[in-house]
Design a protein around this ligand. Sequence first.
Ligand code: FDA
Length: 392
Amino acid sequence: MTRVDVLILGAGAAGLMCAIEAGKRGRSVLVIDHARRAADKIRISGGGRCNFTNIHASPANFLSENPRFCVSALKRYTPADFLKLVDSHRIPWHEKTLGQLFCDDSAQDIITMLLTEMDKAGGTLWLETGFTDISKPDDRFVVETARGRVEATSLVVATGGPSIPKMGATGIGYEIARRFGLKVVPPRPALVPLTFSDANKALCQKLAGVSVDAVVRFGKTAFREGLLFTHRGLSGPSILQISSYWREGQPISVDLAPGTDVFAALKEARQAQGRQDIRTAVGHILPRRLAEELATEYGLGGRLADLSDKVLRQTADRLNAWSLLPAGTEGYRTAEVTLGGVDTDELSSRTMAATRVPGLFFIGEVVDVTGHLGGFNFQWAWASGHAAGQSV
Ligand code: FDA
């Protein structure tokens, strides 16, 4: 039997940060994880370079049933705080775009930094260690693990969400919450490509590999970033972002020519070069392959001079406000994160502790706080891990 002050389930971004902070406060800390290596999601994140934070992180970059819940933790552990840690380990980094900070070399630098810090703080890590049962017979938690029984005063659930099950991701954190009578906001895949079953599926297949700057809208929410056509539908940053807001059965709107009033541009072209074919004119607005496919799809053709305002308007609407009805998403198989999770009503926003179960904490992705694409999800993992680390 092993006795510790703090047992952390999950050696991901949030769990390791919590272990470091709790260890620094003199707590005895054990982290267990069923994976062979710690923090596998950090390893593959940001295309192997880990977009470890975003300097513009603010509560507006997070989705939750309670958008104010993340405020306290984010305020007390900022991107600048994490950057200070990164700099103290002399990890080279760069800002890519929109405040996104990436490692110059490898995401492994971040993992090595976290493990080194945890070691320094006296934390212990057991890998390839699953658990079967969790109980709280008195004021301590008892967890049956593959390496025997562990007793702890504080139990921190940092097991993430079910996105990418192939990597060992599970929804066990929700089960633990329910087991202690806590509410869970139904989880759903987020930051995930959208799929189509109508005519747009064939169009996307034909255009697979083409990318374009686009504004993608759902209701009042809009993102201007890259859009990528794939064999199954649409992907790219703008689509991943809107996927977190999109709801089944409702259309999204795509502006394929942001910043260009296509109707005005076509009218101008008609005036200046009336003999030009509309396909050529559209080819001056969109990438060539995209223009050609869309022109074929919409049966566009003919000299601009022969086309009415109505035809130009119809064409413009299809380019500036293309309405598409996704059939679904690619699901947890490729989703970068999971929306929903342990209901924030159940947690203290200052400490991440379950208000009704003394000593029980939830941090990171398992909580109903989900960031936009761009380093925000790691910032939430660091901030919530830090908040719990001050309190366990
Ligand atoms: P995380 O998932 O990191 O850790 C959970 C840990 O719990 C894992 O080590 C897992 O093995 C363990 N675990 C789960 N179930 C268990 C069980 N039953 N028993 C024992 N252990 C168990 N974010 C960002 O900000 N910038 C980025 O660049 C990226 N890039 C990115 C790429 C890809 C492909 C994905 C899938 C995700 C990202 N993300 C991201 C999101 C980011 O990875 C994610 O939000 C954080 O890793 C969440 O950190 P957590 O510590 O909460 O969970």
